[in-house]
Design a protein around this ligand. Structure first.
Ligand code: BEZ
Ligand code: FE
Length: 330
């Protein structure tokens, strides 16, 4: 634990609408951890201002507490209601965009969602990661390159999607092994290729408190058809992204705000020669896509630059420590 600093705590008596905020901030400022102190100061200030500005009623406050309790009660290893909440509030996308800014012409990130698992089988190039006979077969031929167009070898690529009914394997109570997911590595040319099924649109889990909230807000729970990807290699910025199928009815109204124009793709019908070459049925779909990774250094430099610019715009005197802003010591 960091050593407490010498914050003078006034007697906490007779707190009012007008003095509760600075006093709460003060008592939270004793850890000696500058970043924690700053985060708590901002959190308390914003949440108190929210209550003051909206004149939050006791009933509304209690309903919000009940809502959070219900989110906790429905959550489990495989049901992550707080991630869903963060997703539908746009917070997941915002945090990813702040932490993984992308230079032009590199692959943008998208939401992770709650359905990535760590038990996907490692498959060879060309393997079929789907066992769903009802899905439309799709062959994906991809490359991983750096921002100068040089292939990146040995990148661990995690890929996952729903079955043709729009459910991830973990949503089936009788799941006994991972399906519609795999891990593979890019080869010396930066290539990897695999067989899967054409993704379909599906609703995010909406039988819990987050679904109820969407209903109250007159929002639908649907995500446009997509294939998830996660790229990992030491020295390279961890990329979590997805490819979205052009023309999906939910392309412009994703319940979790994950779609970016640069991530929309258009699979084509495969020609006979290519179908034969890759051993996929005639009439399959084919998708070719080039992913572009950034190095940790490229991302870190851009993140610092954007942070400094954003703080300056807000007129704040802050310093970056470990790439994260804290107030200047005066
Ligand atoms: C998904 O794409 O898997 C997902 C993302 C956010 C919420 C629910 C699901
Ligand atoms: Fe998904």
């Amino acid at each position: 634990m960091a050593a407490p600093n010498k914050v003078q705590i006034p007697a906490l008596l007779d707190l009012t609408i007008d003095n509760i905020t600075p006093n709460t901030v003060k008592i939270n400022s004793q850890s000696g951890d500058r970043r924690l102190t700053y985060l708590m100061e901002r959190l308390v200030t914003h949440i108190h201002d929210f209550a003051r500005e909206t004149r939050l009623s006791t009933d509304e406050w209690m309903a919000a507490i009940q809502f959070l309790v219900q989110c906790g009660q429905i959550s489990s290893e495989v049901r992550q209601e707080f991630i869903l909440l963060s997703d539908i509030l746009g917070l997941s996308l915002l945090v990813d965009s702040i932490n993984h800014p992308k230079p032009p012409n590199t692959t943008e990130g998208s939401v992770l969602g709650p359905f990535h698992t760590h038990d996907a089988p490692t498959l060879d190039h060309g393997a079929n990661m789907s066992s769903d006979p009802k899905g439309e077969p799709l062959l994906c031929i991809c490359t991983v390159k750096d921002s100068n167009g040089k292939p990146v070898e040995g990148v661990k690529v995690d890929i996952w999607e729903t079955d043709s009914s729009g459910h991830y394997d973990v949503q089936h109570s009788d799941r006994n092994e991972p399906t519609e997911r795999c891990v593979m590595a890019s080869d010396g040319n930066g290539d990897f290729w695999f067989k899967c099924i054409l993704p379909v649109s599906y609703p995010i889990p909406h039988d819990g408190p987050v679904g109820k909230l969407l209903g109250k807000l007159n929002r639908h729970p649907w995500r446009p058809a997509h294939l998830h990807f996660m790229f990992e290699k030491s020295g390279w910025d961890h990329l979590i992204t997805a490819l979205y199928i052009r023309g999906d009815p939910y392309e412009t109204s994703d319940a979790v705000f994950g779609v970016k124009k640069s991530l929309i793709v258009e699979p084509q019908k495969i020609d006979s020669a290519t179908a034969k070459q890759y051993g996929v049925p005639e009439g399959s779909w084919i998708l070719k896509h080039d992913f572009v990774l950034t190095t940790d250094k490229e991302t870190e430099d851009l993140r610092d630059k954007l942070a400094i610019g954003a703080l300056k715009k807000l007129g704040l005197n802050l310093t970056l420590i470990d790439h994260l802003p804290v107030p200047d010591l005066d």
